[in-house]
Design a protein around this ligand. Structure first.
Ligand SMILES: [Mg+2]
Length: 354
């Protein structure tokens, strides 16, 4: 607050692009022949690798709410959602391109903060922004990112590769981002309803870990690189963006298999249990199964690879097995009862921002 607000019309589109390019330059990558500043960027692919390309858009009011997402975090997250997709293909990120539709309420300084967030992701995960486009919009803010990575053709795990008997593995913990979003939205509602807005203080302190997971997600490139180093044969893989149940379903559908996961094996942070139970009187298991945006990796391996998994990462857990198609997709509860998680109907779990 109290920050300078320069309207974009004051510097013009070219002025804006010049200021933003300055933030993300210079390149350290000798494979870039021509970066930002011409009609198109030019780069040399690495010999022997295949190029892996992905794109993802973030729309204000659908994917983010500017009242509680700082621009820096937004820039970071726009990169991370794409980095996470590349991690799920065991690809190494190289280049990104971004298009932003900018409403009038966004200042030059806010756009610079967006780009500072992008730059931190570039530095942290070692890729370069090689192109961008900005346009005015009379609607909400929208960000579209395309990312290019490289991979070894024979190591890429597809969603269609799961085999009956495979062990289902997951990184990190589940449901934390969703729990953080629930808190952010609740505090926003309290603020909107507060009569004395000047003295309103959101209650974030006890929930910071969840809020951080939502506002500053990490792509699991660390695990992807480890899997490659250890030459683990990953049969199928997906990143968890929509929630464990939806993303496991993608693997099962495309591999034409079923699956069982065990409630007692699901990695769930105590804070998720606390937020679900104490703050919202809800079932934490639902957060873990259907909450999205954790950006963890979900993958399957044959039994022969289990030995390597032990060396892999303390952060990788086995949560289930791949079954025949006919057996469906089910969760085995602690009391051994089964819940069918294939039928869906979890759309109510997708939170609308506005
Ligand atoms: Mg994905």
């Amino acid at each position: 607050m109290g920050e300078t607000f320069t309207e974009i019309s004051q510097v013009g589109e070219f002025g804006l692009i010049a200021r933003l390019s300055e933030i993300v330059q210079p390149y350290r990558d000798s494979f870039i022949v021509k970066g930002i500043g011409d009609d198109a960027a030019v780069y040399k692919p690495t010999e022997g690798k295949v190029q892996v390309v992905t794109t993802d858009a973030l729309i204000e009011g659908v994917h983010f709410d500017l009242t509680f997402v700082p621009m820096r975090n937004l820039g970071w997250k726009a990169m991370v959602v794409n980095l996470s997709d590349l991690a799920a293909m065991l690809a190494t990120p190289r280049y990104a391109l971004i298009t932003v539709a900018i409403p009038r309420k966004i200042s030059v300084e806010m756009m610079e903060n967006l780009y500072f967030g992008i730059k931190s992701a570039c530095n942290e995960f070692n890729f370069s922004l090689i192109g961008g486009d900005t346009t005015t919009t009379f609607g909400n803010m929208a960000i579209s990112v395309t990312m290019i990575g490289e991979a070894d053709k024979d190591m890429i795990p597809y969603r269609s590769g799961a085999r009956v008997g495979d062990y289902i593995c997951v990184t990190g913990t589940l449901g934390l981002s969703y729990a953080g979003l629930k808190i952010l939205l609740r505090e926003k509602r309290k603020f909107v309803e507060a009569e004395d807005k000047q003295n309103f203080k959101p209650n974030f302190e006890p929930f910071l870990k969840a809020i951080e997971k939502h506002l500053k997600p990490m792509p699991r490139l660390d695990v992807a690189y480890k899997l490659k180093d250890l030459k683990v044969k990953v049969n199928s893989m997906i990143d968890i963006s929509d929630g464990l149940s939806s993303d496991l379903k993608h693997i099962c559908r495309q591999s034409n298999v079923g699956a069982e996961i065990y409630e007692t094996s699901l990695p769930i942070d105590d804070l998720v249990k606390k937020i679900a139970k104490d703050e919202f009187n809800e079932d934490y298991l639902m957060y873990a199964l259907h909450g999205g945006e954790d950006y963890e990796l979900l993958f399957t391996v044959s039994e022969s690879e289990l030995g390597k998994l032990n060396e892999l990462h303390a952060d990788v857990k086995i949560i289930g097995r791949i079954l025949d198609r006919e057996q469906g997709i089910k969760l085995i509860k602690e009391d051994k009862s089964e819940i069918d998680i294939e039928s869906g109907g979890w759309d109510h779990f997708k939170i609308k921002m506005s």
